[in-house]
Design a protein around this ligand. Structure first.
Ligand SMILES: [Zn+2]
Length: 402
């Protein structure tokens, strides 16, 4: 047995006023005590002067991509060895930032599954979707998940189940990364999406829809998906999420991941010289880059006000602002959007873990759960930015070496 101790702690739901000593046996938490508790003399204690909390969860990553411009598209031309090497690098970057669980929502060739099934030392836990379902030539078609007809959709879902994915990801609408994909409309009709949902649910798999446009969001909602990624509300007249849409999303219990967590320093560079393709696509849907991001904060606050369940994923690997290890930024963005700090932290730990189907495995400081711990420098309760200063990471009971 060994222990991790800090004078301040957040347990995945609330701050613990007395800090915490977390007792670890093998890969499990076996006790959560106040910081001042006496431990057996043969129990080594790693004592930190910071805040102890569960490891973070990034609910939307692309491990196959390093986030450089065009990286996701290039995956379509890479061999398995090159992809596997990038998956390993992405996971290492996630772990170094205190992320102990990632949900991968789009790989190629199911390359993330071996990492899920046989995690190496210091590797975060992986929840995997495999290649996202998309229309021929549609958003992220280069990842290999094209399916158009009912038969193709049915067999694509069955193949994903046979390969052992945890969740099915479907591109309900177009995306910024696929020039020419439909950013305002939907890729599939409601009936086709419903077929995907019914087939997946019958096989015990949840369905997550990628949807930027309001039209695609409506299709996904009508089809009964379990979660919607991005949820931007793009219309021909700009980004619009009506109160009614938010109310119906909340009533349906559909989980929304607004995929924030952008690195602001990269954003500043982007605002100075935005890539022409981004400017073009933004102009086409009536948005400017700066206004787009400002609106995201407003809408993330409104999602909470309307009772929508939100999970903070980054879409890590999707672009230069979305580095692997940005999960803390996604949590901070909710705080910027007006969320109470403890609620935002809970969303990024216990909440995200539950949404990933892992509530009984990780996401909180609780005996019986995996010893996935993060210590950050400073007092997180009064300085939310401390979340971006990891001082120690424990993955399934093993300390991540620096
Ligand atoms: Zn994505």
């Amino acid at each position: 047995m060994h222990a991790w101790r800090a004078p301040r702690a957040f347990d995945g739901h609330r701050f613990l006023p007395g800090g915490a000593t977390v007792l670890v046996e093998g890969d499990r938490i076996v006790g959560v005590e106040p910081a001042g508790v006496a431990v057996p003399h043969d129990c080594p204690v790693a004592a930190y002067d910071g805040t102890l909390l569960p490891g973070l969860v990034d609910a939307h990553v692309h491990l196959v991509s390093d986030g450089s411009v065009g990286a996701l598209e290039r995956v379509g031309e890479q061999d398995d060895d090159a992809i596997d090497a990038q998956v390993a690098r992405s996971l290492a970057a996630q772990a170094a930032a205190g992320v102990t669980t990632v949900r991968d929502l789009g790989d190629r060739g199911y390359r993330t599954l071996p990492f899920r099934d046989a995690p190496g030392p210091g590797q975060p836990r992986v929840v995997a979707a495999g290649p996202p379902l998309t229309t021929p030539g549609g958003h992220c078609h280069y990842l290999g998940g094209e399916a158009a007809t009912d038969d193709e959709l049915r067999s694509a879902v069955r193949e994903h189940a046979d390969r052992g994915v945890d969740v099915v990801k479907v591109m309900a609408g177009g995306g910024f990364l696929t020039p020419g994909s439909d950013m305002v409309g939907a890729q599939y009709a409601v009936e086709a999406m419903r077929l995907v949902v019914e087939t997946a649910h019958a096989l015990g798999l949840p369905v997550l829809a990628h949807a930027h446009s309001t039209v695609a969001i409506e299709v996904a909602l009508a089809a009964g998906v379990d979660g919607i990624e991005h949820f931007t509300g793009i219309t021909a007249g700009g980004a619009v999420l009506t109160d009614d849409l938010l109310d119906r999303t909340a009533a349906a219990g559909t989980v929304v991941d607004p995929t924030m967590g952008n690195d602001r320093s990269v954003l500043v560079a982007l605002l100075t010289a935005p890539p022409p393709a981004v400017v073009e696509i933004m102009a086409r849907v009536g948005l400017d880059v700066e206004g787009f991001f400002a609106q995201r904060y407003v809408d993330a606050g409104r999602m909470r006000d309307h009772g929508v369940r939100v999970v903070p994923g980054v879409d890590a690997g999707a672009g230069p602002m979305k580095a692997h290890g940005n999960a803390w930024r996604a949590v901070l963005d909710l705080v910027t959007a007006g969320w109470p700090l403890a609620e935002a932290l809970a969303a990024g730990t216990s909440g995200a873990s539950e949404v990933c189907g892992l509530a009984a495995e990780t996401g909180a400081l609780r005996p019986g759960l995996a010893a996935d711990l993060l210590v950050v420098e400073g007092d997180l309760a009064v300085d939310a930015t401390a979340l971006g200063r990891p001082a120690g990471v424990l993955l399934r009971g093993e300390r991540l070496s620096a």
